[in-house]
Ligand binder design. Sequence first.
Ligand SMILES: Cc1cc2nc3c(=O)[nH]c(=O)nc-3n(C[C@H](O)[C@H](O)[C@H](O)COP(=O)(O)OP(=O)(O)OC[C@H]3O[C@@H](n4cnc5c(N)ncnc54)[C@H](O)[C@@H]3O)c2cc1C
Length: 438
Amino acid sequence: MTTAILGGGLSGLTLARLLHEQGEDVIVLEAEPASGGLCRSKTDQGFTFDRGGSHIIFSRDAEVLAFMRRMIAGNEQTNDRHTKIFYKQRYVKYPFENGLSDLPPEDRFFCISEFVKTLIAVEKGELPLPSNFREWIYHTFGKGIAECYMVPYNEKIWKFPTALMSLHWVDGRIPRPPVDDVIKSAIGIETEGYTHQSVFSYPLDGGIEALVHAIAHPIEPVTRTGFVITSIMKKGHQWLISDGLETINADRCICTMPIQHLIAALENVPEAVVTACNSLTYNALVCVNIGIRGTVPDISWLYIPDPSLGKTNRISFPSSYSRHVAPDGCSAILAEITHQPGDDVAQMTDAALIEEVTATLETMQILTRDQIVYSSVERQPFAYVVYDLDYQKNIAIVKKYCEALGIPLVGRFAQFEYLNMDGCIRSVMDFVSSGTHR
Ligand SMILES: Cc1cc2nc3c(=O)[nH]c(=O)nc-3n(C[C@H](O)[C@H](O)[C@H](O)COP(=O)(O)OP(=O)(O)OC[C@H]3O[C@@H](n4cnc5c(N)ncnc54)[C@H](O)[C@@H]3O)c2cc1C
């Protein structure tokens, strides 16, 4: 019995490892020259940058967190989160509702008074239940926090109107602030939000790829890279998986690559399934990596909601996670720009993107141009699932079809869900323990 695992990102590699540990015969088929997907990292001129945007290791799931930390044992640095939001030329503590005392007084008043008014209106049943993400933001945080931060930041990262986004995913993902915390934060008493992330781990050496390397180690001999799956057919009880040059036979196949690539590789897919799949929305990502001589602010990462500051939605400082990711005397800055496939950002040259980010960092007084000693650009075609209002209808059609075909979907873009690394590993563990692959 051979199981082919389509895609060799974190999900595919973890799945292969766990099945291999159970004595199963597996092969991982990965399109890129190296496995790891969004969790790859690149070391160049003494700087190490995560290629799929800045990653940290954290989880509410104790078993999964223990697994990830075991994988990087001996190569782990733990850090306290120092995350900020750049708002009106000042640093506001993250999450925003825990940083209200950092706001100018008039904004602080606007946020707290609208938060309390909204709370009272909700209690009295005067506000209708929210029916989309934008309404949920106003309903949960009030007009002040919504308009100062939540709506501008979310529209910048999702590149999608929040009023056209579903709200089925927000619980557990976007922290719901306890009233006491918001009031304390407005009057200047320190509070922490999103606490399961307030301490996080990062590999000392090798960037986040060190985690997937460690997971992948036992299954390296059965991992085929450079194999771009273009066709998947079933003949009798066998799956024939091809890259156009070579065909691999397998008894079972499990998909961890984007669902769009799976549907495109299958034959005779009903029109309704193709349409539903093509309607699923997602964002691509550009990462601009900058190495500088000198230091950066003592911040883990920084959200930039203000559209007038440029296209960057988040900046992280990897050299604050591990001193080993930048040469002595230097610091690392990773700027993330989400965008829609094929849009104006997709058309920009690397030089134009580096200039765009440099200008933003100068305006924010994080660097001066003459400090820059390194720059490079990475592009990821699949970065974030965007939950539009038709998401649940469309994904149900596609998943039902794959289920009937007998191809399980595991991972961020195979399940087409906003899963972090811990969510992917949980999906893999649950899948393996359910025994549905047998
Ligand atoms: C900006 C950003 C920041 C993030 N930060 C964090 C964080 O701090 N902490 C955290 O826990 N998670 C974070 N994540 C999420 C994390 O990256 C993902 O959960 C995880 O990497 C998904 O792994 P995957 O294997 O499911 O998908 P992927 O990594 O997308 O892997 C899919 C694989 O399929 C391959 N493939 C595609 N098409 C084909 C084909 N035709 N043939 C063969 N192979 C193919 C791809 O090359 C890829 O290797 C972040 C994500 C982003 C975008």
